[in-house]
Design a protein around this ligand. Sequence first.
Ligand SMILES: CSC[C@@H](O)[C@@H](O)C(=O)COP(=O)(O)O
Ligand SMILES: [Zn+2]
Length: 242
Amino acid sequence: MAASNTSPADTNDHLVLSDDPEHPANHICTLCRNFYSQGWVGGTGGGTSIKRGPHIFIAPSGVQKELMQPHNIFVLEHANRSYLRKPLDLKPSACTPLFLAAFDRGAGCCIHTHSQWAVLVTLLVGQEARANRQDPKGKCFEIEKIEQIKGIPKGRTKQGMLSFFDKLVVPIIENTAHEEDLTQSLEEAMEKYPDAYAILVRRHGVYVWGDNVQKAKTQAESFDYLFRLAVEMKRLGLPWVA
Ligand SMILES: CSC[C@@H](O)[C@@H](O)C(=O)COP(=O)(O)O
Ligand SMILES: [Zn+2]
């Protein structure tokens, strides 16, 4: 028999082919179509990754995220970070080390969006800091007394959801030329704010994660609602924090 030069990582199709719509390889494709229609992952930006058991499912880099198919999905063994499945001619998302930072801290799904509301919030926080003669670096987005805040959990170290009277704090990190170079500052922000479920990236977008896919999706929706509301409030001269 002729020797095959196809490694198992090029094949292993059984890891991504399933009739179950909630199989991570199917779910990533469905979610990204949904996110595209919300303006979160247009022009190949943004993405989603899911962890199931020991495996992490990752989209390819630089592709139209709304057109991906399950056979395009990479599968990584979380414990040793080796690829069990690597589609030929594709590279894994540049967001992979950032998704891994969330999975290392117990997340089951991580969503990266280039939502314009997220970008605008980072610009507004920076503008406010400069107006107060403060360094925008290290400033967080803060908002309180809005019903949708109740869609965000109190934090990894706490039980339950934030209340209407809690202040939501979302750290902001500075953008870098390459996505993967964000990893260190994202991890530092995760350590400094262990209860955060989202980190904004200035002039870029946001990373949101959750214990599972459903939580990550609904939390990403709640954050985006709040970012959009905050931009409109600022336009109307309304304060985010009383
Ligand atoms: C519009 S290109 C955006 C990318 O550089 C990056 O910011 C991004 O979010 C997606 O990276 P990708 O490697 O395609 O998954
Ligand atoms: Zn990005």
